[in-house]
Write a protein that binds this ligand. Structure first.
Ligand code: SF4
Ligand code: SF4
Length: 179
């Protein structure tokens, strides 16, 4: 496979600085609303806050890959005496919970580093985090050329998992005759 230069974008999360204000959720959901900035429902955000103020737990988690099935084993973290619930650190859009799913359609959400149209120079959640809990970094690496899966393919895959291929194909065929 051919090697290509790739820009690796990283957001470092400094948990000690996060105060759970949820500004990151607000701006992410507004940027990804349709039309843009028409709403700011945190359920549409690609970053979600795990909040437990009594235990001083504020954990920003970014939406990652879509998972077809929930995993059999679970992890529990204890950091500085604070115990996190199972799945708190998980980034997957998975059948076992409601986070990282578009609330109307149920389609999986994934952080796109604000490369959506118009692409942002710096992720908006980083820009809106006034406590500097989110720190953006970039570097270049040589990697093997990957075949990028389009969002529409990921969405279709999740619909096929949920309803079966035949039902999705029948629905698309029915919709196309309506147009
Ligand atoms: S980088 Fe952009 S898409 Fe990703 S969580 Fe932050 S605001 Fe949302
Ligand atoms: S904007 Fe920053 S401080 Fe506020 S919840 Fe998000 S990560 Fe935490």
């Amino acid at each position: 496979m051919a090697k290509v230069k790739k820009k690796i974008k990283t957001i470092k999360i400094d948990l000690d600085k996060c105060n759970g204000c949820r500004a990151c959720e607000v701006i992410c959901s507004a940027f990804h609303a349709n039309p843009k900035y028409s709403s700011n429902n945190p359920a549409r955000s690609r970053i979600r806050l795990v909040r437990a103020p009594i235990r001083d737990v504020y954990l920003p988690v970014y939406a990652g890959e879509y998972a077809k099935a929930e995993c059999a084993g679970r992890d529990k973290y204890v950091i500085d005496g604070k115990e996190y619930k199972e799945c708190d650190f998980c980034r997957a859009s998975c059948p076992s919970r409601d986070v990282f799913k578009e609330p109307d359609s149920g389609l999986p959400l994934k952080c796109d580093m604000c490369e959506d149209d118009p692409p942002q120079e710096k992720p908006l959640c980083v820009q809106w985090c006034l406590n500097d809990a989110l720190i953006y970094e970039e570097r270049e690496e040589e990697v093997e050329e990957e075949v990028k899966m389009e969002d529409v393919e990921v969405g279709l895959e999740s619909l096929v998992d949920k309803y079966g291929l035949q039902k999705v194909m029948d629905t698309v065929a029915r919709m196309s005759t309506k147009e």
